[in-house]
Design a protein. Structure first.
Length: 369
């Protein structure tokens, strides 16, 4: 059956695409050539490949060039995989890396069935994901701006005596009480304060836009259902769904946990079993925000007024899963702490189970495909 298939590996860059091809029969992979990185160059190469009268199967590594090449090839009726670079098999002693060798290796591994494709979102899902990632970038900018201001004040022994930083009282203190001895240093201080203020406003704007666009999104029913859980508000739910798409596409929750790199690494041989840190493969954006959400389960199980309001329109089955998650994870936290586990190890374990409950909730949701 594979004899009528032409497997095509592509090493994609901004300005060029290196192409290698191999027939489904037992033949050697051959270099097709290098083309430009534009759509017109790909269109010309595609016409030549189609003229060979075979079924075309393309693949290329996920990277900064995104999914537009994938969408173009699929729109032309061809099969295409975007593969995870971290899961591409590599020889231990292979120290030579070139575009030509990468393309040849992709074509060979595609024919052998050794590649793992990534989830490719549609345009609407990718737009929400870009909005979510822009918010994450804004949060990092805000954190860096605050740290620079705090470091500047500490260098000059200016200390805030309040309990909580960055609230209204702290901002009033910065405006009314802080003054520097040198006019140059006063300018520096004010520029740092302005950077913090601008970062706060930018983050607020992005949060507002996420709420607006998420409410019009086809996957909003899943977002709304996930928000029934403790620690899962709009930001967490949108990040998880925009990065992973339909959670129910995973066959079981263990597969989803492994996909996110939340399962322990293992090196076992014979009777010896050794488990280490989590693998940290897969989507780091989701893994980070799940760990943040899992910190909420340090406290006893309780349905707050805000959570009850989020659950009002949801089916009883989803609310029941959210409550079971609270009972399970709060008990799990106490149990692991009693065993002497560190807070960080405990919270990562909670995040792993939290995503399992999210998978169960997603299975209960009916939404348009």
């Amino acid at each position: 059956m594979n004899q009528n298939i032409l497997f095509i590996g592509m090493d994609v860059h901004k300005e060029s695409i290196e192409i290698a091809v191999v027939d489904g029969a037992n033949q050697e992979v051959r270099r097709y050539g290098k083309i430009g990185g534009t759509r017109d160059a790909m269109r010309k190469a595609l016409r030549k490949l189609v003229s060979q009268g075979k079924v075309l199967h393309f693949c290329y590594e996920a990277g900064p060039c995104g999914y537009e090449l994938y969408r173009y090839l699929v729109s032309e009726g061809h099969a295409c995989w975007v593969v995870a670079p971290s899961l591409i098999p590599k020889k231990a002693g292979d120290k030579v890396k070139t575009d030509k060798r990468d393309a040849i290796q992709l074509a060979r591994l595609l024919r052998a069935g050794e590649l793992t494709p990534v989830y490719v979102p549609n345009r609407e899902d990718e737009a929400i994901r870009d909005l979510s990632r822009a918010r994450e970038d804004a949060m990092l900018v805000q954190k860096a701006a605050r740290q620079r201001l705090k470091s500047f004040l500490l260098r000059h022994d200016i200390r805030y005596q309040g309990k909580t930083a960055w609230n209204e009282s702290h901002l009033r203190w910065l405006a009314d009480e802080v003054s520097c001895s040198s006019p140059a240093q006063q300018i520096v201080f004010q520029e740092y304060v302005n950077a913090v203020t601008e970062a706060d406003h930018r983050l607020k704007r992005l949060n507002e836009q996420i709420e607006i666009f998420a409410s019009q999104w086809r996957l909003y029913p899943v977002v709304e259902a996930l928000m029934s859980m403790r620690g899962v508000k709009m930001t967490v739910a949108v990040t998880v769904v925009s990065e992973l798409g339909d959670l129910s596409r995973f066959e079981n929750p263990k597969q989803l946990m492994s996909f996110l790199g939340l399962t322990p690494s293992e090196y076992s041989s014979g009777p010896r079993q050794t488990r280490g840190r989590i693998t940290k493969t897969g989507n780091g954006h989701v893994r980070r925000i799940l760990i943040e959400a899992a910190w909420c389960y340090r406290f006893p199980a309780k349905v707050s007024r805000e959570m009850q309001k989020r659950q009002e329109t949801l089916p009883l089955s989803i609310r029941a899963i959210a409550w079971r998650a609270q009972l399970r994870l709060t008990q799990r936290y106490r149990h692991l702490q009693q065993k002497g586990k560190s807070h960080n190890v405990t919270v990562v374990a909670l995040a792993r189970e939290l995503v399992g409950f999210m998978w169960a909730i997603a299975k209960e949701v009916n939404y348009p495909r």
